[in-house]
Design a protein around this ligand. Sequence first.
Ligand SMILES: *Cc1c(COP(=O)(O)O)cnc(C)c1O
Length: 391
Amino acid sequence: MSKPASTVMPTYARFPLTLTKGEGSYVWDDRGEKYLDYTAGIATCNLGHRPPTVEAAIQDQLNQLWHCSNLYHIPSQEKLADLLTEYSAFDQVFFSNSGAEANEAAIKLARRYAQTVKQTDQYEVVTFSQSFHGRTLATLSATAQEKIQAGFAPKMPGFRYLPYNDLEALADLVRPETCAIMLELVQGEGGVHLAEQAWMDQLVSICREHDLLIIIDEIQTGMGRTGTLFAYQQYGFEPDLITLAKGLGSGFPIGAVLAKKHVAKAFSPDTHGSTFGGNPLATTAGLATITHMVEPDFLPTVQANSNYFWQQLEGICDKAKGVQALRGMGYLIGIEVEGQAIDYVNQAREDYQLLLLVAGSQVIRLVPPLTTSKVEIDQVIEHLAQLFATN
Ligand SMILES: *Cc1c(COP(=O)(O)O)cnc(C)c1O
């Protein structure tokens, strides 16, 4: 009997690279080669690799208590919830371990709010084309992409899809069974598409008129990624719920649902839970992360440096023949190319020791650590200009 090459299931097509160390914007492989990491663990290491304040906090917590369950009070969990609500429009937080679980909890909360607080029999959540909400059965059913759902039939009932950024299609938004909408303001995995302001305004106004909950999936856009702590803050409305994960723990696994209090009250003891969710180590990582991000200088510097990056990018993308579009917000950036995006990503790694991501087949995705320096930005611009010149 032949043994597979790896005892790990092949759910990922991996790059031929083994990373063993990280610091700031850089990672090193098992041969000691250094790479500039503009993937940040897929938009997760927003403060760079091993940010000193987060590392120190986790090390300190390692010497205190690792885990105790949610049957007891957890100070770091309370403090993290305090800060998340202080710096957002929300009142209460539920903690999970991942993005998919945060969305799963938001979907459960939306249904339970409709069925117990509003006392209706509504259950349907409307989501949008090219979305990505996760890989559990509920969240892949919420994800309006064939390729994510293929082979996992039957889908979980209770989701309906509308085209993203389509004003006319909003005429069909509300049905008697509809209780919520869920969307990303910048679609990350789906190709770095931004919600248009006029479409968003109309969507919000219909939801308010018909009492539908607005759930914004900020798993990729949150924690400073778009230049503000949360992307909704740049759209002039307040969602009822947002979900977070990726950047929240600087690489330590954690997710969260933030909700307005009238919605949050639909969860009472024994209605939802998680053994690990909000555990002392994870919430210590989250607390140190947000504490760093709300320092007065942090977000203004992210905005200034990302604006600088955008100016340079616009300059080289205008001139590049193979580039079709440049889209994004802050440090969530997509460059749509004529050829295969993966070819650019492979060449950037091989020729320039620069790590990049794709979003779909034709979009190069750049999600650097928010702490990347102007010197690093200049290097990346030089490499991209060379890449575009040779393709
Ligand atoms: C990554 C991501 C998810 C899923 O998060 P996991 O932690 O992988 O479960 C959901 N929504 C968005 C927008 C994401 O970027």
